[in-house]
Design a protein around this ligand. Structure first.
Ligand code: NAP
Length: 334
């Protein structure tokens, strides 16, 4: 079965997902698109041959030829599209964040609970990365005993001028937050944000930041965000368990030894580092859609991440611990 997909928001990640759906993956075809920039939508649809450019995202969702929806517009618009797709009974892949406020996330959860089944997958692509999956398997096998602590490093060579200290938590650390919840299979209880000496390359930006997550079970996760580190895009991860550790290996496939030293390539940016994870993520979404199922990071995961980043913003301002308070988890989320 070919899943016919409508894409809302055809900017950077929207076009990248359309490329992978059209040229890399199997089982999906983009049949409709929309964007607030109508000319961009027409251009992208034109490049796809038979795809339609609709005037609005709501028209994409209502299009009878669209089986499943991909939301890649900017964060504050996600809620309306995701709720509309749920009400139309169509599976929806929503790029992170699920929504930008706790209330918006809860609206989505309410709509899904009313539908009586999961329809939403959130774009936390790290869960599809080979390294993180191997770390998860190691923890779940019991080989290192119960996980006690994690160090998670999220390093960017540079960020655009509009990037703020809040974005280090909401846009950057959010991926570390989701992966910590997934690896530890636990919710975050509270968070603290510490400001080390500032990197002079970041101007006024609080960079780096050290965010501490205390999980409900007591484990501690420290998340380093360094967004002006120049040398490359470097994702680090190590978990200390009761009887062993599991550490993310370097992502390059060869090590070069020459003139008394050895080395390898550091990825240039997140696209290079997580290219395969994005492919696997969308392929698994397509496969699930074709099977009439929805798997992967849920609306609950999107909600929990947004509540945690909200607490992170409070902690950044106050300098103290901020509590992460979640509603009771509806049964459809397991
Ligand atoms: P982008 O390049 O700005 O693209 C967003 C597109 O959506 C633009 O064409 C924008 O049009 C359009 N748009 C904005 N509001 C809309 C609305 N209400 N209805 C329809 N279209 C709308 O942004 P991006 O970098 O692709 O990011 C898009 C989303 O993906 C964000 O939520 C972002 O956080 C997420 N993302 C996730 C990852 C990841 O690692 N998982 C990576 C990158 C991005 P205008 O330009 O006219 O505003």
């Amino acid at each position: 079965m070919t899943v016919r997909i409508g894409v809302i928001g055809v900017g950077m990640i929207g076009q990248d997902h359309i490329r992978r759906l059209s040229k890399v993956l199997a089982g999906g075809r983009v049949v409709a698109v929309a964007d607030t920039d109508a000319a961009r939508a027409r251009e992208v649809a034109g490049g796809l041959g038979s795809a339609r450019a609709h005037a609005t995202g709501q028209e994409v969702i209502a299009d009878p030829d669209v089986d499943a929806v991909l939301v890649c517009s900017w964060g504050p618009s996600h809620e309306d599209y995701v709720v509309a797709a749920i009400r139309a009974g169509k599976p929806v892949f929503c790029e992170k964040p699920l929504a930008t406020t706790e209330a918006a996330c809860l609206n989505i959860i309410e709509a899904e609970v009313a539908a009586g089944r999961r329809l939403v997958q959130v774009g936390f692509m790290r869960r599809y990365d080979d390294s993180y999956r191997a770390m998860k398997r190691t923890i779940d096998s019991g080989e290192i005993g119960a996980p006690l602590m994690m160090s998670s490093g999220h390093r960017n060579p540079s960020v655009p001028g509009h990037y703020t200290s809040d974005m280090a938590i909401v846009d950057t650390a959010v991926h570390d937050i989701d992966i910590a919840r997934w690896l530890f299979d636990d919710e975050i209880a509270e968070t603290l944000v510490i400001k080390p000496r500032q990197n002079s390359r970041g101007g006024e930006l609080h960079d780096p930041l050290m965010m501490i997550l205390r999980m409900r079970g007591g484990a501690l996760v420290n998340v380093e965000t360094s967004v002006n580190i120049d040398y490359g895009y470097d994702i680090r991860g190590e978990i200390v368990g009761e009887t062993g550790t599991v550490t993310m290996a370097e992502s390059n496939t060869v090590i070069v030894k020459s003139r008394g030293s050895f080395g390898g390539r550091v990825p240039e940016d997140w696209r290079e580092r997580f290219m395969r994870a994005y492919d696997v993520e969308l392929q698994e979404w397509l496969d699930a859609c074709a099977a009439g199922e929805v798997r992967g990071p849920s609306s609950w995961d999107g909600y929990a991440a947004t509540v945690a980043t909200d607490a992170g913003l409070v902690a950044l301002k106050s300098g103290g611990w901020a509590t992460v308070t979640l509603r009771d988890k509806p049964t459809i989320y397991g």
